[in-house]
Write a protein that binds this ligand. Structure first.
Ligand SMILES: [Zn+2]
Length: 173
């Protein structure tokens, strides 16, 4: 994200190098736009050995994603991932493992991804258009966003990207 004017005093920002990186700085009040990454959490939701994917409203029919959302105040990433699973799918999940932290450079996000196991009846949130349950072998991760996390998770199970092509990862946060 870039600012043109200082959010504190409205002076035009200038580019200066600080700590080895070019950053936007205000010559009026010394505000520095650090552009720190935004924390996002995501869950690879496993139910009965299959993975639950969600589709946001307005997405093309073939686009599905992992459960994901912004971390909230005073929440740990694991708590956030379980909260998103509850909000989006209506499921009480449990953390199986931490998959990793992934840099989503284009959106300046750092995504903490968990493998979550959940059971029960899925009731999707109003913000979703639908969901899909796929065997892991049929997943085809997107190259960005949470895709690399899913790729690593699949690779740990001996599953590569040679299967079906009906899955595209798109981050919804
Ligand atoms: Zn300023």
């Amino acid at each position: 994200m870039n600012y043109k004017y200082c959010p504190r005093c409205s002076t035009g920002l200038v580019k200066v190098e600080i700590e080895g990186t070019e950053r936007q700085k205000c010559p009026g009040c010394d505000f520095v736009h650090w552009d720190s990454p935004i924390p996002v959490v995501a869950a690879i939701v496993e139910r009965d050995g299959q993975v639950v994917l969600t589709q946001s409203k307005g997405w093309p029919g073939e686009f599905y994603a992992l459960v994901a959302g912004f971390l909230e105040k005073a929440e740990t990433p694991a708590q956030g991932a379980l909260r998103e699973v509850k909000e989006e799918l209506g499921l009480d999940g449990e953390i199986v493992s931490f998959v990793g932290h992934y840099v989503f450079r284009r959106r300046n996000q750092i995504i903490s991804v968990y493998h979550v196991r959940a059971e029960g009846q899925i009731v999707i949130s109003d913000e979703l258009a639908g969901y899909k349950i796929s065997p892991p072998e049929e997943l085809r991760p997107w190259p960005e966003g949470t895709g690399p996390a899913l790729r690593d998770w699949l690779a740990a199970r001996g599953i590569g990207n040679t299967g079906a092509t009906d899955y595209h990862e798109q981050h919804n946060a």
